[in-house]
Ligand binder design. Structure first.
Ligand code: ATP
Ligand code: MG
Length: 388
């Protein structure tokens, strides 16, 4: 089918005034960024809708890319033609025949350009009869058609639409402020990052790296995952924190069963400091209640206790299978399951405490120079930027 434009619908209903403008401007910017390899493609705005003008490019690969853009509710490929009834009939018939296996249809037209001489009430039956005349298997069904052919007569010409494809929804990335994702090389945290992006935040990520206990390949996994997330987020900044000294200090001084909890508390202290420094408004993690020993309510309480910044956990109620499904859909799963050890698996105690208490954490931490260790780690941060 020779589609020459894609119509994009977005969540206008819940938006008003200034927000709407911000939302639209950002969505347009994000779509342009996503389609930047298609130089002759144009994105335009008209009456609460966006249009991607395809020029010579086929619609399919571009529609694939639009499926990754948050803020899009749905989209339809369309053909823009001159507003002439014969051309409309023929184009609608072509669209009908381009969906093999479909027989029931309905035509629905709108006449925004009142200069067009034929009224809506007459356009529908005219185009409908044309299709019925040319395709013996075609049937009109006004209630549950398999294909709704929409015709919009506008000033610039007439648009005739094909099937609607659902978008990912959510809010355009960049409309909700900036957050810091705690990104490990595992399955969960990249999914948490994806769900953060879905709510329109700009994503920064922090990774704790324990070289040489963990290999360069373990770090490379996190770099690769960050790159994958740019598919949905455009650009992502990663802070890589040297964590080895802290881990050896914990091992040397602290009660072994508390090592995971204390390690997490150290991570949070560092993450909070980075967040304050770069104006990041919340932390996101991949924790899911009850998934492992360190994710009980008691653990979450002991971990949270060291910070005041909001810690958001979009996976908190999800089962591992649900999380894995999303990971596969967004393309992070294959990287996440690569076997390289991460900093938490290197020092796993035999019996991690499932119900740690804050009191014991504090007692154990007094054996280390917490403040100095945090500052030293923050000073050693390496920043890596990723973009589409
Ligand atoms: P994931 O699959 O995200 O690694 P997990 O099931 O392995 O999660 P944990 O190891 O308990 O769970 O980690 C819980 C959360 O803590 C992770 O989802 C992530 O947000 C954060 N986290 C763990 N390790 C690191 C790390 N090395 N760097 C940054 N964040 C980390
Ligand atoms: Mg992990």
């Amino acid at each position: 089918m020779n589609w020459n434009v894609i119509l994009i619908r977005y969540g206008e209903l819940s938006l008003k005034g200034r927000n709407q403008k911000l939302f639209e401007d950002r969505l347009i910017r994000n779509i342009r960024e996503k389609l930047k390899d298609y130089e002759s493609v144009r994105v335009t705005r008209e009456h609460g809708r966006l249009f991607v003008e395809l020029g010579e490019h086929p619609a399919e690969p571009i529609m694939e890319l639009l499926k990754d853009v948050f803020g899009i509710v749905s989209f339809s490929p369309a053909i823009r033609i001159n507003s002439q009834i014969e051309e409309m009939e023929q184009t609608a018939a072509n669209i009908f025949s381009s969906y093999p296996g479909i027989s029931t249809f309905k035509v629905e037209s709108r006449r925004a350009d009142k200069r067009f001489p034929i009224r809506t009430g007459e356009i529908n039956p005219r185009i409908g009869s044309y299709i019925l005349d040319h395709f013996p298997h075609a049937k009109v069904d006004v209630h549950h058609p398999e294909l709704e052919i929409k015709v919009e007569v506008r000033i610039k010409g007439t648009y005739i639409y094909g099937k609607e494809t659902a978008g990912v929804g959510g809010l355009p990335v960049g409309t909700s402020g900036k957050v810091l994702l705690m990104l490990s090389g595992g399955i969960d945290s990249p999914v948490a990052g994806y769900l953060a992006l879905k709510r329109g935040v700009e994503l920064h990520a922090i990774h704790f790296h324990s070289h040489p206990f963990t290999s360069e390949r373990a770090k490379q996994k996190v770099l690769d995952l960050s790159q994958t997330l740019t598919r949905f987020g455009g650009k992502i900044r990663l802070y890589v924190v040297p964590f080895t000294h802290i881990q050896t200090e914990i091992r040397k001084h602290c009660y072994e069963n508390y090592s995971i909890t204390i390690m997490r508390r150290m991570m949070l202290r560092i993450a909070e400091k980075v967040a304050k420094q770069y104006d990041l408004k919340a932390l996101f993690t991949g924790e899911s209640l009850g998934q492992v020993a360190s994710q009980t309510l008691e653990s979450l309480q002991a971990i949270n206790d060291v910070t005041t910044i909001p810690i958001l956990r979009p996976l908190i109620s999800m089962d591992k299978t649900e999380i894995m499904q999303i990971a596969k859909k967004i393309g992070t799963y294959e990287t996440s399951i690569l076997p390289y050890e991460d900093c938490c698996t290197v020092f796993v105690p035999e019996q991690p405490k499932t119900k740690p208490t804050i009191k014991v954490c504090e007692r154990e931490e007094q054996k280390m120079e917490v403040e100095e260790l945090v500052s030293e780690a923050v000073e050693g941060i390496e920043i890596v930027d990723f973009h589409l």
